[in-house]
Design a protein. Structure first.
Length: 182
């Protein structure tokens, strides 16, 4: 998995597990959002990043927040998965926004999402996020691309030029990796 992500050197990409934990990512994702390795392991979770903390991202991204919560419900893993159940129960207790969305009981498995953001170096970006299930497992790969010929595509190219040439072997320094619980 890690080698695949590293080969995607012109687009941001990451892998998540069924609990939305970030398990691997590439250098372009680091250039886009910062290095998830700088977060404590418990914070490397898309749900926690969206809903937990003093200024949750869900407040700025209500459509994305609703889609992610509906996707969690669509996974069919709640309440059977104890880790996901603990995460959901904790977010329901700490995040009124999450609790409200959870109580809607919306179910929708998303495989493609459009995200808009402003990057401090390359400016406005409109990125399509394709969500690919990894066969035979609980992991998904998220790949961010821009419509060819757009300002966002050019901004991604500029961002790729900002990524330092990799000095370590592929995969090292790119998250804890798949199959690694530590």
């Amino acid at each position: 998995m890690r080698r695949l992500l590293d080969r995607l050197d012109d687009v941001p990409a990451l892998a998540i597990d069924a609990r939305y934990d970030l398990v691997a990512w590439n250098a372009m994702l680091v250039a886009l959002i910062g290095d998830p390795a700088e977060l404590p392991p418990a914070r490397r979770n898309r749900l926690r990043l969206l809903f937990d903390g003093p200024s949750p991202a869900a407040a700025r991204l209500p459509d994305l927040a609703a889609q992610v919560v509906a996707d969690v419900r669509a996974s069919g893993r709640y309440p059977a998965d104890p880790g996901l159940r603990d995460l959901v129960d904790g977010l329901r207790a700490r995040s009124p926004g999450f609790a409200e969305l959870w109580e809607r009981r919306e179910v929708e498995a998303r495989r493609s999402i459009t995200k808009r953001t402003v990057h401090p170096v390359v400016g406005e970006l409109e990125l399509d996020c394709e969500i690919l299930a990894v066969p035979g497992g609980e992991h998904r790969v998220l790949i961010y691309t821009a419509e060819p010929g757009t300002a966002s595509a050019e901004a991604l190219r500029r961002l790729a030029r900002q990524v330092p040439v990799r000095s370590e072997p592929p995969g090292e320094g790119r998250g804890p990796g798949l199959g690694n619980t530590g």
